[in-house]
Design a protein around this ligand. Sequence first.
Ligand code: NAD
Ligand code: UDP
Length: 341
Amino acid sequence: MNILVTGGAGYIGSHTIVELLNAGYTVIALDNLVNSSRKAFERIAHITHKTVEFIEGDIRDKALLKKIFANYHIDGIIHFAGLKAVGESAEKPLEYFDNNVTGSLCLIKAAVAAHVPHFVFSSSATVYGPEAPVPYQETMPLGTASNPYGQSKIMVEQILSSTSAAVNNFTVTLLRYFNPIGAHCSGLIGEDPKGIPNNLLPFVTQVAVGKRAQLSIFGGDYPTPDGTCIRDYLHVVDLAKGHVKALQASVRQQDGQVHIYNLGTGRGISVKEIVETFENVTAKAVPYTVAPRRVGDLTAFWADPSKAQQGLDWQAEHTLEDMLKDAWRWQENNPEGYGEN
Ligand code: NAD
Ligand code: UDP
């Protein structure tokens, strides 16, 4: 089967391509490299001994999409391409809506025109909104997002649901990720953010490798046992495997419906627990200060992952220690990431 992976050079996309190739799929990757490096594909080839057809380009380029669907018989799409920095999205809302919503719209239109039967979308736990009780369950309604990034995820979920209802044989899977961290155990691919990392783990590993002086923990006065925020961190390889399972389930079902799954561990971990466990498993110090809360951060949320366990036969298998060791191996072996930032 030929799978088009948009955003395939990125963090989650590159790990998912490894799992797709290992499972025997043929992968065509489309990425404009706005937040990634083509070197990821050399590393993927090293890990899997298989190659990926890489097309450098933008999901908003309608002529390019037409050409891709004419040249390849695409059996399924996994759509990762998007901008993902929450803070930046508030500063540049139009850029985020254009990239994430218009871009997705271009891709979905081209997919429907080419009669692609399976579409898997990278959504996020953020769509549950700040009012949702924990743990988050797929039966809960879409919430409101306080930033354009989260709003773009809600909008694309809605566009896909309406499209699936109107178009025959367009099976959609919405995967709501919690907090992916870690890296492939080879240490060859991992998270390589451009500029100052927004996310916790790349910041922690960059402090440990000496690239940054100290971590700021955003808020020490939350109503949690140690005062820091709680999230559901899962290994990026577990997340990648979830995409293969989702695709397999979509092919099995072929029902033209929308399927929604949380991909998380079901366990909440605090920021301080992350830092302490990282120090324990790597024997590297991570100096930190407790800084003011970051605007928009929720106190605590985690997944109810039981639907994915039952429906996809998927569950997160790596421990927190595995995630942190693997994140560190990637950073230690690649202090400058892919070396292009
Ligand atoms: P990433 O930035 O590493 O990967 C996204 C990729 O998409 C990059 O390679 C980028 O170059 C590419 N891209 C962006 N806009 C594009 C466009 N217009 N055309 C073609 N390529 C484009 O991010 P990631 O962490 O791998 O995230 C992948 C997806 O998962 C994103 O949609 C993100 O919103 C979603 N997601 C991520 C997280 C997370 O914590 N990392 C959590 C929930 C959801
Ligand atoms: N965080 C932090 N310092 C940082 C980055 C993040 O304390 O430099 C905290 C953040 O406040 C949140 C958690 O780490 O509680 C996870 O943040 P991240 O941005 O990785 O993911 P989010 O859950 O916001 O999508």
